[in-house]
Write a protein that binds this ligand. Structure first.
Ligand code: UGA
Length: 433
């Protein structure tokens, strides 16, 4: 099947690669010429494990192509809309890229053969596909959804860092459509993928995406608050999480306490669901608490350090700027509030991240960045671990050798307290070793 992807951002590109690897032909429609050149040269514009290799092979084999020309979709059988839906000021989502791409698709739809299918992959609030999207497509093309072309909403559940593996092994595939022909085509396209296929209405599909991300964020805020309580009472939060997670009804994933969730999805999606809920007259009480806990959580690092020494004028080493390991993405990273607060308090900050420094420099151009973890540690009065990169998992004695004053605050509990000789090692949810 030939599939067009509108937007070669993270979702669009990974999906284009994933479907092409499954034997389809992918064409990415992208406005950014620099991205187009990179993709056609077999290089991913984002850092994502395995993507470069796959892209190189697919572009060489002619199975994947990027272009800015919307006419590239005319010969496709399905069009996946994968444009961004950024947060607006009030927490709602900004639909301008969806509107724009739908208007362009509408102008091409009449030229397409057979029964083309338009699939919304972007995260949109319930009602968007059967309302705004359908409206623009029908008005612009003078065709009817369900009669002349198919319409569906299929949320994506890929995680940055493991996106290609997630694509190949989904837990479930949600197909939101009211139209039998569309259902058949999309079931056929996904017949070789594992995971349960769930057929629901487009609005339910839209809600499943927000509900899933918001529920995972709730799990994290729950365990994060529990971690603070465990720490005060001398209990190891990981023991508690394991004990809870072994109950199938609760399940282990997303019970790892840390400095709070970040990234381009959880914060944005929880805010959007809160906004939508409020608009519909349902007070989003749980979600408000989830966000409140998340805004306070990164500051644990500062509070715990302050209990040991006054921070003004001290040199603080920050390990980890990406919102999670194996990505260069720093959007809504807990490192942002931590570093902002340290700078306000008059600290000297030296930061290091294996992949995220280039992106972080765009937010904090004047910050001091180290070339390696060891350089960042040299002479520091305290070290704060924010991201659980593998390379930070060293014996605490290694930290001690380099730091001036070995005070280590570990918000991810990645170091082994038994490897400390003289250091003051404090880990979130476990307290002082
Ligand atoms: C998340 C979802 O996991 C995907 O299913 C979804 O498709 C994606 O959002 C999206 O909507 O596009 P992602 O943002 O890539 O994926 O990252 P996650 O691995 O889910 O981590 C999110 C944040 O939660 C990170 O800051 C991470 O450090 C934090 N986290 C995660 C914890 O603090 N504890 C945990 O136990 C798990």
């Amino acid at each position: 099947m030939k599939i067009a992807f509108i937007g070669a951002g993270y979702v669009g590109l990974v999906s284009a690669v994933g479907y092409a690897l499954a034997g389809n032909d992918s064409v990415c429609i992208e406005i950014d010429e620099r991205k187009i050149a990179q993709i056609n040269g077999g290089k991913a514009p984002i850092y994502e494990g395995g993507l470069d290799d796959a892209l190189l092979k697919l572009t060489r084999d002619g199975k994947l192509l990027a272009t800015s020309d919307y006419n590239g979709i005319a010969s496709a059988q399905a069009i996946f809309i994968c444009v961004g839906t950024p947060s607006a000021q009030d927490g709602s989502i900004d639909l301008r890229y969806i509107e724009d791409s739908c208007a362009k698709i509408a102008s091409i739809l009449p030229k397409m053969k057979g029964y083309p299918i338009v699939v919304v992959k972007s995260t949109v609030i319930p009602g968007t596909t059967s309302g705004l999207v359908k409206g623009i497509l029908e008005k612009g093309s003078k065709l009817r959804a369900g009669r002349d072309f198919g319409l569906a909403m299929m949320p994506e559940f890929l995680r940055e860092g493991t996106a290609l593996a997630d694509f190949k092994h989904p837990d479930r595939i949600v197909i939101g459509t009211m139209d039998e022909k569309t259902r058949k085509v999309l079931m056929g396209l996904h017949s070789k993928f594992p995971g349960e296929k769930l057929i629901v209405s487009p609005s339910a599909a839209e809600m499943i995406k927000y509900a899933s991300n918001s529920f995972l964020a709730t799990k994290i805020s729950f365990v994060n608050q529990l971690a603070l309580l465990c720490e005060k009472t001398g209990i190891d939060v990981d023991d508690v999480a394991r004990g809870m997670g072994l109950d199938n009804r609760i399940a282990m994933p997303f019970l790892r306490a840390g400095p709070g969730f970040g990234g381009s999805c959880f914060p944005k999606d929880v805010r959007a669901l809160m906004h939508f809920s409020g608009k519909e007259g349902v007070e989003p009480t749980i979600l408000e608490s989830v966000m409140l806990v998340n805004s306070l959580q990164p500051l644990w690092l500062i509070g715990a350090a302050q209990e040991k020494m006054p921070l003004k004028g001290k040199t603080i080493c920050i390990l980890g700027l990406a919102f999670k390991p194996d990505t260069d993405d720093v959007r809504e990273s807990p490192a942002i509030p931590v570093i902002s607060q340290l700078l306000k308090m008059g600290c000297k900050v030296l930061a290091y991240d294996p992949k995220g420094m280039a992106n972080f420099k765009k937010l904090f151009p004047k910050l001091d960045y180290a070339n390696s973890m060891d350089d960042a540690l040299k002479g520091a009065d305290a070290c704060m671990i924010i991201t659980d990169w593998k390379e930070f998992k060293k014996p605490i004695a290694h930290y001690e050798r380099l730091m001036k004053n070995p005070l280590i605050l570990d918000s991810r509990r990645i170091l082994d307290p038994k490897t400390a000789i003289t250091a003051s090692y404090i880990s979130l949810g476990r307290g002082i070793a």
